[in-house]
Write a protein that binds this ligand. Structure first.
Ligand code: AMP
Length: 304
């Protein structure tokens, strides 16, 4: 089944305790698309870059089956740039630079042939742009998932709440869930957030895994204990890409299948953090992903 990914395609500069990069390719949309492409064979993207964005990455996405008709290349303009520095715990980071560039006036144009797409993954972008995409789709996708961040809660809370009414799945981290709900308990936070619109809520807890909430049901997926985390940038987006890629590939948005999708997302994210930027996602194989999924199965499996 088809999946439409919307998100930033960007340049990043990253500093972690292990090293520092110059401008490398990043962006939530890039991570989502790369991760989803291992699963969903019919993926489309709506995004914008400047004429400084390297053709090699676009070619790679195309080779992975991502349709790029919805990717706008703005001549004479610069690609979105983000720079961040991680603290020693590798869980928290400071944003050093955000240059919106082409994202500042991003008009998410949906190519005619994208109409009727089965699934939609809205990466972290302004809630206005996220809502515009939903409203421009003439047929509502079977499942709409979105990511967001504390930045939008700080500056565009009302817009964010309007967009939340339109989506099925919200994917955020624990800190963001607490900020959005004003509840410390994640169980209480989930209740408050689900009343805002999304029937399903996924709360990511970094190295402590992820929780899926739906009605009274809660599912917990661990994160794989890794010896080394090199660069956590994009792990959340990679998780979301793996999750929605799996849902689209299996064409099954039931709670039971979402459990498998979360494990798939967690497996994809565990690769992402092993090297800087998108590097690891461009070199892994389907076999390695399957092996890692089995490691998750072994990790959480027990008889009682
Ligand atoms: P994550 O580590 O999952 O939070 O995602 C990091 C990615 O999000 C980086 O590759 C950035 O390019 C991208 N990013 C950071 N800030 C923003 C923003 N305000 N809007 C869109 N994308 C962003």
């Amino acid at each position: 089944m088809s999946l439409l990914t919307v998100g930033s395609v960007a340049f990043d500069a990253i500093e972690t305790p292990f090293g520092k990069t110059d401008k490398i390719i990043g962006g939530a949309g890039t991570y989502i698309a790369l991760a989803a492409a291992f699963h969903a064979k019919n993926q489309k993207i709506v995004a914008v870059v400047g004429d400084d964005f390297p053709q090699e990455m676009l070619t790679l996405l195309e080779e992975k089956g991502v349709d790029l008709e919805g990717l706008q290349i703005k001549q004479g303009e610069k690609t979105f740039f983000w720079s961040g520095r991680y603290h020693n715990d590798m869980n928290s980071r400071d944003t050093l630079v955000t240059e919106l560039n082409v994202l500042e006036h991003f008009d998410p144009i949906i190519p005619e042939k994208y109409q009727g797409v089965d699934y939609l993954m809205l990466g972290n972008l302004s809630p206005q742009v996220q809502r515009m995409v939903i409203e421009r789709l003439t047929v509502r996708p079977k499942l709409i998932a979105m990511d967001t961040m504390n930045f939008w809660m700080d500056i565009a809370l009302d817009e964010l709440k309007n967009t939340l009414k339109l989506v099925d799945v919200l994917i955020i981290n624990d800190e963001e869930a607490r900020q959005l709900s004003h509840e410390y308990s994640l169980v209480k936070a989930a209740k408050v957030i689900r009343e805002m619109g999304p029937k399903y809520l996924i709360i990511k807890k970094g190295e402590h895994g992820a929780l899926l909430f739906h009605h009274e049901n809660i599912f917990f997926a661990p994160a794989l204990p890794l010896e080394e985390v090199f660069d956590p940038t994009g792990a959340g987006d990679t998780f979301a890409g793996g999750f929605m890629g799996y849902i689209a590939a299996t064409d099954d948005a039931s709670f039971e299948n979402m459990k498998r999708a979360i494990i798939t997302g967690s497996a994809m994210a565990s690769f992402c953090v092993e090297k800087f930027g998108t590097e690891r996602l461009t070199e892994i194989t389907k076999e390695e992903i399957e092996q890692r999924v089995q490691q998750f199965v072994a990790l959480a499996n027990f008889n009682f």
